[in-house]
Design a binder for this molecule. Structure first.
Ligand SMILES: Nc1ncnc2c1ncn2[C@@H]1O[C@H](COP(=O)(O)OP(=O)(O)OP(=O)(O)O)[C@@H](O)[C@H]1O
Ligand SMILES: [Mg+2]
Length: 238
């Protein structure tokens, strides 16, 4: 085992996130210590407003932290995310993480297939012809192939969510971070997507997923619960 394999994949060390607004300072994360192991399917549960999306934004580095550290140990190197420049971070994230945002964040001027091609083209990992072909395959997987050339505003919320899922898988990332990825889907479609995630974990990917759905808890390899910005239960791995 190389030293980096003995380390967890992601470590959060005393992560504090305060939001500053006109109403004052709001402490959204109050000193989070946790880790994500390689190959696990980690569920993050908690009530609305507990801090789940804020926590995911720390994992992905899309938002600044107030204090603490997020360290990712991959490919023999340890990266302190918040020490990277915005460009370095964007490049690193594009190759390492697939992120499914709670509010989807599709680009409104691009068609569905172009939205999915975007991370592939940005990373330079694929020839443009290949990226189009693979984007269409991903759209087929989420059963949206017939809508490939529509704009996001011309499809339903659940369909947009499935495009966001397909886009997150575009670079075949080793880590997937998903914020309520099935929140807008009917139960059958949600279960199909969950099974896609289960297969990705079986084939070695690591997934961190936020959900409100307590029925999903037994299907994660571990779950953590967040209440008012604090971790109250860092579950044992099954
Ligand atoms: N930009 C912001 N400015 C000020 N406060 C914020 C901001 N974003 C989130 N908050 C507050 O931080 C807390 C945590 O928000 P967060 O979005 O992480 O909750 P959540 O657990 O994801 O909730 P939900 O399940 O509804 O998505 C909430 O009380 C929210 O009002
Ligand atoms: Mg949220």
């Amino acid at each position: 085992m190389t030293p980096s394999q003995a380390l967890p994949l992601i470590e959060l060390r005393d992560v504090v996130k305060d939001y500053q607004s006109e109403a004052g300072i709001f402490p959204a994360l109050k000193g989070i210590n946790m880790h994500v192991e390689r190959g696990e399917f980690l569920g993050v549960v908690g009530k609305s407003g507990a801090g789940k999306s804020t926590l995911l934004n720390m994992f992905t580095g899309v938002d600044q932290l107030t204090s603490g550290e997020v360290i990712v140990h991959t490919n023999g190197e340890s990266i302190s995310l918040h020490e990277l420049s915005e460009n370095e971070l964007a490049l690193w994230r594009g190759r390492t993480m697939g992120v499914i945002y709670q509010s989807f964040q599709l680009l409104p001027m691009l068609s569905l297939v172009q939205n999915i091609m975007m991370p592939m083209d940005m990373s330079g990992l694929y020839h443009p012809r290949k990226s189009r072909e693979y984007a269409l395959e991903l759209l087929d997987m989420v059963e949206l192939i017939e809508h490939a050339h529509k704009l996001p505003s011309h499809i339903s919320g659940g369909q947009q969510q499935r495009v966001a899922i397909a886009r997150a898988l575009a670079n075949d990332p080793p880590i997937i971070v998903a914020d309520e990825p099935t929140g807008s889907l009917d139960s059958v479609t949600a279960d199909n997507i969950f099974q896609v995630f289960e297969r990705l974990v079986q084939s070695g990917r690591t997934i961190v997923m936020v959900t409100h759905d307590k029925e999903l808890i037994p299907r994660f390899s571990r779950h953590v619960e967040i209440i008012d910005g604090k971790l109250v239960n860092e579950g044992k791995r099954k």
